[in-house]
Structure formats: structure tokens, C-alpha cells
Design a binder for this molecule. Structure first.
Ligand code: PAN
Ligand code: ZN
Length: 188
């Protein structure tokens, strides 16, 4: 079908592959430390997404994607994806990590939030109705592949408004999931 993946890097090649990048300046709302953000270059590349979409006209077809998140932090918070619910809440997704170290943050509609560790070879089933975001806690790039129905859609608005229920931050040299409530209590 004219699509290939380089399993070392996650790079997709094919005529129907679309690529987009997210720079720090487009992710202001998702990081907690706004003062630190102001000191950083908004052109910094945080992650790159490649998506292959089938052309079979099937409304519930399957897409194939690859995302690479650069290593980095805003203050003590690691670089991460924007995160989203699927617009069609009943649409699940599968992620599989191919390199790097990090965490998949999952959140249900009641804002209950938890994390699954991601490392080369870990496979993650994102059940219906769960918001999902990936965080790179490693020294190098974190890459994962993804597949879900083409009609799933992205609801970024809910994340923009309410965020996730917890953040993955470095504390004592290791990643710790910190509940937003306790952050709010600390005056953030
Ligand atoms: C992924 C994500 C990709 C980038 O393909 O879209 O990793 O994350 P954001 O969309 O949150 O910026 C996916 O989950 N698709 O449904
Ligand atoms: Zn998704």
C-alpha cells in the first residue's frame, strides 16, 4: 500500500503520509510554569506527528500514525503532547512505544488520571472515553506508533479548558505524577 515505517526512528514514508509539528509556542496552555515558558524559545520543536490515512472511503477506517517527542522540560515538567479526548468518545486507540522512556497519561471523564510507563516495546490500549497524552521523561527522543478509527476526531477544547487531573514532573531526579489538586493548593 506504498507505506513503510523505519522501526528504528518511527519515520513513515509514503504518498499519503501527512506530517505536522508542534512547537513550544503552540503549547503554552499545557505547561504549568508560565514564567519559565516566557524565557524559552517559542520555536523549540516539542513533537512531530506523521499520519497515514487510507483512501478507501470507509468512515471507520484505520489510520496509522507515528509521533516523536523531543527530550526537554519546562521547569520541572517534561515535554509532552497536547493530549485529547476523541470527539467520538466511543473510539479507542492503540499506542506502542518504539524508542525512549516516558509515560502515557490517561484520564476518564471524571478527571481520574493515571499513568502507564512507556518504554521500547510497551503496547497500550486506550479504552473508549479516555483522554490521552504522552510525556517524554528520557534523555533522548520518545517515539510511539498509533492506530485508531479515522472518524475518531480530536477534542482538544476539553483539555484546553480543564487540563488533565495530574502532571508528570521531575522530583528528586525521577518522574512523579503530581495531582493538579495539590498544585492548586500550592498556589499554582
Ligand atoms: C495521536 C496524537 C499525536 C499527537 O496520533 O494525535 O500523538 O498528540 P496530540 O494530538 O494530543 O497533539 C492520537 O492520539 N490520535 O488520535
Ligand atoms: Zn488519540
Amino acid at each position: 500500500m506504498g507505506l513503510t515505517i523505519d522501526w528504528a526512528t518511527g519515520e513513515l514514508t509514503g504518498q499519503l503520509v501527512r506530517s505536522r509539528v508542534k512547537k513550544l509556542g503552540e503549547l503554552r496552555e499545557v505547561f504549568a510554569d508560565q514564567a519559565r515558558l516566557e524565557t524559552m524559545d517559542p520555536e523549540t520543536l516539542v513533537y512531530r506527528v506523521q499520519v497515514w490515512l487510507p483512501e478507501d472511503g470507509n468512515p471507520t477506517g484505520l489510520l496509522w500514525g507515528s509521533t516523536t517527542i523531543a527530550p526537554g522540560k519546562v521547569g520541572d515538567e517534561y515535554f509532552m503532547t497536547f493530549g485529547h479526548f476523541h470527539t467520538l468518545r466511543e473510539r479507542p486507540e492503540i499506542y506502542a512505544a518504539i524508542r525512549g522512556e516516558g509515560g502515557l497519561i490517561l484520564m476518564d471523564e471524571n478527571r481520574r488520571t493515571w499513568m502507564e510507563p512507556m518504554t521500547a516495546g510497551s503496547v497500550h490500549y486506550i479504552g473508549a472515553g479516555l483522554a490521552h497524552r504522552v510525556v517524554n521523561t528520557g534523555e533522548g527522543p520518545l517515539t510511539f506508533v498509533a492506530s485508531c478509527n479515522t472518524d475518531a476526531g480530536h477534542d482538544y477544547e476539553s483539555i484546553l479548558r480543564h487540563g488533565f487531573g495530574a502532571r508528570l514532573k521531575e522530583a528528586g531526579g525521577r518522574p512523579v505524577l503530581v495531582a493538579e489538586e495539590s498544585l492548586a493548593g500550592a498556589g499554582h
